[in-house]
Design a protein around this ligand. Structure first.
Ligand SMILES: C[S@@+](CC[C@H](N)C(=O)[O-])C[C@H]1O[C@@H](n2cnc3c(N)ncnc32)[C@H](O)[C@@H]1O
Length: 361
C-alpha cells in the first residue's frame, strides 16, 4: 500500500520545517572525512524523496543556483505549494514531481538523495522500495541521507500511543483530550513526561508523528542490514560520521537517527579533512537584505531556514521588521522601524542573532 492523494494523512498539513541533517554540504564533509570522493554540491544533482512542501530542497536550490534539485512527493497539495514557492522565489533550479516513489523514473543518477521523515512513516514495502531506489540511482561517489525513528527510545512512546488510542476510541474528543485523560492516570513520572512532550507538539504535528497511520521505529542494525542487502553500505551519522551501535542506542534510549548510505562498489580512499573552519557570520551589513527565498518565508510566516538549515521561527512583529530587510533600509532605519512595529523587541541583540545565524545575504 502506498499513500493515495486523498488519504487523511496529507503532507500539506505537515509543518514545513527544515532539518539540519538534510544539509548535504555537511553530509559531504562527513563522507569525505571517511574517504568517499563525494561530488561538490554546488553543481550536483540533488533529489529529495517525500519532499513535502519543499522546505529543504528550496533552501538548497537557493544556496546553490548551479545545482539541479529534484523533489518528489505523492501529495498534490504539497507539490503545488513547493512549485508555487519555487516560482515566487525565482528558483529556476528546483523541479517538483507529484508521484509515488515506486513510479518515479529518474532520467539520470543523483549525487545526493535525501529521505528525511520518510522511512518511519511508510509501509515496509515502501521502505524496501526506498532502499532499492537509492541503490539504483546514486552516482558512484554519491550519498543518501536516510533518517528514521529508533526503536530503542520509541518503545516506551509507542506504549503511551497505544494507551491514548484506547482512550480516544472509547470516546475522547480528540488526541489531545485522550492524552490529557491518560495523564491523570499515568503510572510513572517518565510516562507523564512523555505525555507532556506529546501535548507540547500539538494535534497537527502528532497526527503526522506519534499518531500517524504508519509509524515504525527500527534499529540501526536492521536499517543497515536492509541497506547492505541492496548493494549499499552504511557510513555513519549524517552530521558527525559517528558509527553507533544498537547496544549504545538501547542504553541511551535513543529516538532518532539520520544516517549516510553509499554504494557498496564505491572505493574509500584516504579521508579528506574539511578545508578551514566555517566562517563566522558576524559582520553586520549596513543595508540588510534577505534573499528572495527567505523573504518569501517571511511573507508567508513560514519558519526561515538558517545557514545550517535549522528553522527559525519569528513572531509577527519580528516578521514585520524583517519585511523591511530588502536592502533599501539601513540598520539605523530598521531600528526606528522596529520601535514602531515591534516595540517589545530588543533590536540590536536580536538583529545580531539574525546575522549570526546566517539569514542575510
Ligand atoms: C513526514 S513528511 C516529511 C516531509 C519532508 N521530507 C520533511 O522532512 O519535512 C513525509 C512525506 O512523504 C510523502 N510520501 C509518503 N509516501 C510516499 C510515497 N510512497 N511516494 C512519495 N511520497 C510519499 C508524504 O506525502 C509526505 O509529504
Amino acid at each position: 500500500m502506498e499513500f493515495a492523494d486523498d488519504d487523511a494523512w496529507q503532507a500539506a498539513d505537515y509543518p514545513p520545517m527544515s532539518h539540519p541533517s538534510a544539509d548535504v554540504a555537511v553530509n559531504r564533509t562527513v563522507a569525505r572525512a571517511a574517504g568517499l570522493d563525494v561530488p561538490e554540491p554546488s553543481v550536483a544533482r540533488i533529489l529529495e524523496i517525500g519532499c513535502g512542501q519543499g522546505h529543504h530542497l528550496l533552501s538548497l536550490a537557493n544556496r546553490w543556483p548551479g545545482a539541479h534539485c529534484v523533489g518528489l512527493d505523492v501529495s498534490a497539495r504539497a507539490i503545488h505549494l513547493a512549485r508555487t514557492r519555487a516560482q515566487r522565489a525565482a528558483l529556476k533550479n528546483a523541479r517538483f514531481y507529484e508521484v509515488q516513489l515506486s513510479e518515479f523514473e529518474a532520467d539520470a543518477p543523483f549525487d545526493f538523495i535525501i529521505a528525511h521523515g520518510f522511512f518511519s512513516w511508510v509501509p515496509d514495502e515502501v521502505k524496501v522500495g526506498l532502499i532499492d531506489f537509492i541503490a539504483k540511482n546514486l552516482t558512484p561517489g554519491g550519498i543518501a541521507v536516510v533518517s528514521f525513528n529508533v526503536a530503542a527510545g520509541w518503545k516506551e512512546r509507542m506504549a503511551v500511543v497505544e494507551k491514548a488510542r484506547v482512550i480516544w476510541a472509547a470516546g475522547a474528543e480528540d488526541v489531545i483530550q485522550a492524552l490529557a485523560i491518560l495523564r491523570t492516570v499515568a503510572e510513572t513520572e517518565r510516562e507523564r513526561a512523555i505525555i507532556d512532550d506529546m501535548l507540547a507538539k500539538g494535534a497537527a504535528v502528532l497526527a503526522h508523528d506519534d499518531f500517524a497511520p504508519v509509524m515504525d521505529a527500527w534499529s540501526l542494525g536492521a536499517v543497515s542490514k536492509l541497506a547492505e542487502g541492496h548493494g549499499l553500505r552504511w557510513l555513519g551519522d549524517s552530521q558527525t560520521g559517528e558509527r553507533g551501535t544498537d547496544a549504545a542506542d538501547n542504553a541511551a534510549g535513543r529516538t532518532f537517527r539520520s544516517e549516510i548510505l553509499y554504494r557498496a562498489d564505491a572505493v574509500l580512499g584516504e579521508g579528506k579533512k574539511p578545508a578551514g573552519g566555517a566562517a563566522l557570520r558576524t559582520a553586520l551589513p549596513d543595508f540588510p537584505k534577505l534573499d528572495a527565498w527567505r523573504m518569501l518565508c517571511v511573507r508567508e510566516a513560514l519558519p526561515v531556514p538558517d545557514a545550517d538549515l535549522k528553522p527559525c521561527v519569528f513572531t509577527f512583529p519580528q516578521l514585520k521588521v524583517m519585511l523591511a530587510m530588502d536592502g533599501s533600509h539601513s540598520v539605523y532605519q530598521l531600528s526606528l522601524h522596529a520601535k514602531e512595529v515591534a516595540s517589545d523587541l530588543d533590536f540590536v541583540p536580536w538583529f545580531r542573532h539574525v546575522v549570526e545565524r546566517g539569514l542575510l545575504r
